[in-house]
Design a protein around this ligand. Structure first.
Ligand code: ZN
Length: 191
């Protein structure tokens, strides 16, 4: 059964689970919790949501830990744009909220600002301060806008068997009966 209401609030239990899941409670992960929270408030009671993260760093885990959207169930898409931004939107209407870190609003004197813009190399104890600033500054760190998402719904693509390696792969990748790896486009070599 789909757990469509599996949302979590920012509490001690979440922070403990987050440290385990992500490896530690990183500032980007923690910031992502507040961004998801705000996006949820803004879209209101929507039956089913999808999500997009515009960075591969931290933010996908913030979404996976606090919403029903995961990479594996296809409800979370992750784009490697390098923007610290995310969108939550209604599966049916495709309308939702995009939320991003807004450095125009962020106090320039904060350690958060310096950390985020990579102006300082983190020292022992900095992370604690940055986490505290995120909690305190919260909505002063990001902005949002209403958006309509233009992503095609994922389809179950037909498969075929590669003539060389005999593994199955999607027909759309087929060139001369070969899968991507056998076309020399793989990410590995045999050792
Ligand atoms: Zn192959």
């Amino acid at each position: 059964m789909l757990k469509k209401n599996r949302f979590r609030e920012i509490d001690d239990e979440l922070l403990k689970d987050a440290a385990f899941f992500h490896g530690r409670l990183a500032p980007g992960l923690y910031l992502g919790f507040f961004m998801v929270k705000k996006a949820r408030e803004l879209i209101g009671s929507t039956e089913m949501i999808d999500a997009v993260s515009e960075t591969v760093k931290c933010l996908p885990d913030s979404v996976q830990l606090t919403t029903p959207c995961t990479v594996g169930n296809g409800w979370l898409k992750v784009f490697d744009y390098g923007n610290f931004a995310l969108t939550l939107y209604d599966k049916k209407t495709k309308e939702g909220v995009r939320i991003w870190v807004d450095l125009e609003k962020t106090p320039k004197g904060s350690l958060f600002y310096k950390w985020f813009t990579r102006l300082v190399k983190e020292k022992e104890g900095d992370e604690e301060i940055i986490l505290g600033e995120i909690k305190q500054l919260n909505e002063r760190l990001f902005s949002f806008s209403r958006v309509k998402v233009e992503i095609e719904k994922g389809k179950h693509l037909p498969l075929m068997v590669c003539e060389k390696c005999k593994e199955s792969f999607p027909v759309k990748n087929n060139v001369n009966g070969l899968c991507l790896s056998c076309q020399g486009k793989g990410y590995w070599v045999k050792v």
